[in-house]
Design a protein around this ligand. Structure first.
Ligand SMILES: Nc1nc2c(ncn2[C@@H]2O[C@H](COP(=O)(O)OP(=O)(O)O)[C@@H](O)[C@H]2O)c(=O)[nH]1
Ligand SMILES: [Mg+2]
Length: 357
């Protein structure tokens, strides 16, 4: 058997290239993040096993056969086993089912750690071929591992701050949440732009606030923020927008995190776009560790069918997921996360999900 590696920016793309080149008989042996390269186009590696025809596999060396007999026999057994697995896979009935689900979850960009957890769960029964029971076990385990919570709906909710990478969709979410939880139920709304650097950057939010009849304040430092929060009316729904911190803004991020963490009447939520690959979502999660988070919100669900990053990060962080953003429209494209709906297409055996364009 020959091993062949394929590198690409996503697991499913690498799988597509490999399948195109090697055909359906090739066996997926491993898929993982490619730690050896920083090139985003080689972010992932998938390794396939290709069984050579006996004629191609014949050895040409003249080493006495007796010394190699044992090894040859073992290789022969292994080749037979792999050939029968490949045949079973071709007929649509993987011998254990495990490989089927592993490929499906990997194509959906689930982290290796979460795939192992789901396929190693007590409820995951082996057996011949992928089965609906296995799909249900994966779904049950996901629903057990990931929590959904809505911290915004409580009338006595503390001030809520959204943080996350630039362009993640924080400002849009602030406007959507303000309308959904403030304007529509008739509560007073205050929107704070906590941006120590870019005073003018919050003009868009000021305009939104005016349109929805919300109070708007820009705060440049912790003292101003404390002051505004102190003056807060108990019934007021207060949302705090922040600048996006990237990997070069670690210092400013740590500063804002320690300011936010010091305020007992404030909760911080992390906003991340599901359009990023899981490895990059995990990198942002590491970067934003200085904040203490109350929940995760995911955006750009309209841009990709992949949900692996969202589930992997929720499990890795042990944080509840509160809302998802499904588009640019304010306020329509905001939904409370519905894990039952999100897990169904992933784990339903009859559902065909096209991850590859
Ligand atoms: N397709 C899509 N675009 C979004 C979504 N959320 C926000 N956007 C767009 O992404 C861009 C950046 O959003 P913004 O809220 O300013 O991000 P911020 O930098 O995190 O505040 C804007 O053009 C938004 O309309 C979403 O869920 N899906
Ligand atoms: Mg913004």
């Amino acid at each position: 058997m020959r091993l062949k590696s394929y590198f690409s920016d996503s697991v499913e793309h690498a799988l597509a290239i490999a399948r195109r080149e090697l055909g359906p008989d090739a066996i997926l042996l491993n898929s993982s993040r490619n730690a050896a390269s920083n090139d985003p186009s080689e972010c992932y590696e998938v390794v396939f096993g290709v069984i050579d025809e006996p004629a191609n596999a014949a050895r040409k060396d003249s080493t006495p056969a007796s010394a190699l007999d044992g090894i040859r026999e073992e290789i022969g057994d292994l080749a037979r086993l792999l050939r029968s697995m490949a045949k079973a896979q071709k007929n649509g009935s993987d011998t254990s089912g495990r490989q089927f689900w592993r490929e499906r979850l990997a194509a959906n960009d689930f982290s290796e750690a979460l795939i192992e957890k789901l396929l190693g769960a007590d409820g995951f029964a082996g057996g011949s071929g992928p089965s609906a029971v296995q799909g249900r076990s994966i779904r049950d385990e996901l629903l057990r591992l990931v929590r959904q919570e809505d911290p915004f709906e409580r009338p006595d909710a503390p001030a809520m701050a959204l943080v996350g990478p630039p362009g993640a969709g924080k400002t849009s979410l602030i406007a959507k949440l303000a309308i959904r939880y403030g304007v529509l139920p008739g509560r007073r709304v205050k929107i704070i732009a906590a941006d120590p650097v870019r005073v003018g950057a919050s003009e868009q939010l000021r305009a939104y606030s005016e349109i929805m009849g919300a109070a708007f304040v820009h705060t440049a430092d912790l003292h101003q923020l404390i002051h505004v929060l102190k003056e807060r009316n108990r019934e007021e729904f207060v949302l705090i927008d922040t600048p996006g911190f990237g990997f070069r803004d670690r210092e400013a991020l740590v500063e804002q995190a320690s300011a936010f963490n010091s305020l007992p009447n404030l909760r911080t939520h992390l906003v991340l776009p599901v359009s990023l690959c899981t490895a990059d979502l995990e990198r942002y999660w590491q970067l934003y560790q200085p904040f203490g988070f109350a929940s995760l919100l995911f955006t750009r669900l309209d841009e990709t069918p992949k949900r692996g990053g969202m589930f992997s990060l929720a499990v890795q962080s042990s944080l509840p997921v509160s809302h998802v953003s499904t588009g640019q429209s304010i306020p329509e494209d905001l939904e409370k996360v519905n894990l039952e709906d999100l897990t169904k297409p992933l784990t339903d055996l009859n559902e065909r999900i096209e991850f590859v364009a």
